[in-house]
Every structure is written in C-alpha cells, then in structure tokens.
Design a protein around this ligand. Structure first.
Ligand code: IMP
Ligand code: MG
Length: 186
C-alpha cells in the first residue's frame, strides 16, 4: 500500500477493489473452463492494458490453453478514442481453425474490438469470443459488437489501475479507480 499511496491520491474514488476483482476473475475462469470443455482455446492478450487481467484469468482456466499477445493502438495518451486502430505487434502464431478468446481491459466505444474481431475472423478462427474486464456500455459507438464475457459494467468515467493506464502510469495499482479529472484536464 505505501509504495502506491501517492498514486491513490490521484483517484476520486475506488470503483472496484482487488478482492472484488479476484472473485470475479475466478468465476470467469470457471465459466470459460465449462464453456470450452474438451477444447484448447488460444487466449489472446491485448497489450498492455489487459496484461494483469490476462495473467490472473488464465490461471483460473483449467484447460490446455495456449497464449499469444497482440498490441494495438487506438488512443495515444489522451482519454478519448481517436477512432484509428493500428496493429503495433501482431500474433506470433496462426489462428486458422482455432477457438480464440480475446482478452481486453475495457470496451469503451467498441471501435478497437470490432476491428480486431474482423481481422481475426478473416484469418480463419473457428470461433471467436471476447472477454473484457470492464465495459462502459454508455459510450458504445459500434452497436453490433457482441462482448461475450464481462467482469464489471462501469459508468462513463476514466478509470485506471489493474493494468489500465493514463499516459502509461497507474497500471500497477491493485484496485481500479476513477482518475481525478484534474490529472488530465489542463
Ligand atoms: P475503444 O476502441 O473506444 O473501445 O477503446 C478501448 C481502449 O481504450 C481500451 O483498450 C483502453 O486502452 C482505452 N480506454 C478506454 N477507456 C479507458 C479508461 O477509462 N481508462 C483507461 N483506458 C481506457
Ligand atoms: Mg487497451
């Protein structure tokens, strides 16, 4: 707590505690284990925001999963989406015929994921589902995006912690909190 105490001062409030996260992630792991019984899904971590969620989630899945990583950019350092999606790091292995689960930190406008879903389906995945830690349904711009697994629905506020950043800071906070607007408003 002490080493991150300073970062906590930049939060307006804590939205989801680390205990609530652990509980929900464990349950999601159990659900995926059931849904994919007899299969060996490829779990794809969307860097960097989903990395902590991904690390916790895959350890709650009792299946012979494989993992891969992808980095995309749609944000820069601002708090609003640019609408432009770029692949910064692609998958190492091909996903043809595989059952794929994309693990994302947060669905906001939905632009990033709808783009990703499209390109991964074009590569011939047998199935594709999306698991997200957080969902901000009020901000959705892409209406037909199906998000299969959601840990927490949250209100329209800019949040950080448990992997989520503002300008690369706050990812190491164990809890998820609302960043005080004084940090990003001029
Ligand atoms: P979308 O394309 O608008 O759905 O943007 C999703 C991406 O925006 C996420 O993967 C995050 O990297 C980033 N993002 C959206 N909302 C937040 C937030 O509240 N905190 C931190 N990052 C966010
Ligand atoms: Mg992200």
């Amino acid at each position: 707590m002490e080493k991150t105490a300073e970062l906590y001062q930049d939060l307006d409030r804590i939205l989801v505690t680390k205990e609530e996260i652990a509980d929900r992630v464990k349950k999601l792991g159990q659900t995926i284990t059931k849904d994919y019984a007899g299969k060996a899904p490829v779990i794809i971590c969307i860097l960097k925001g989903a990395s902590i969620f991904f690390a916790d989630l895959i350890r709650e899945i009792e299946l012979p999963v494989t993992t891969d990583f992808m980095a995309i950019s749609s944000y820069g350092s601002a708090t609003k989406t640019s609408g432009v999606v770029r692949v910064l790091k692609d998958l190492d292995r091909d996903i043809l015929g595989k059952d794929v689960i994309i693990v994302e930190d947060i669905v906001d406008s939905g632009i990033t994921l709808s783009y990703l879903r499209k390109i991964l389906l074009q590569r011939g995945a047998a199935s594709l589902r999306i698991a997200t830690l957080l969902d901000k349904p009020a901000r959705r711009k892409v209406q037909d995006l199906k998000v299969d697994y959601v840990c927490f629905d949250i209100p329209d506020a800019f949040v950080v912690g448990y992997g989520l950043d503002y300008d690369q800071v706050y990812r190491n906070l164990p809890d998820i909190g609302v960043l005080s607007p004084r940090i990003y408003e001029p």
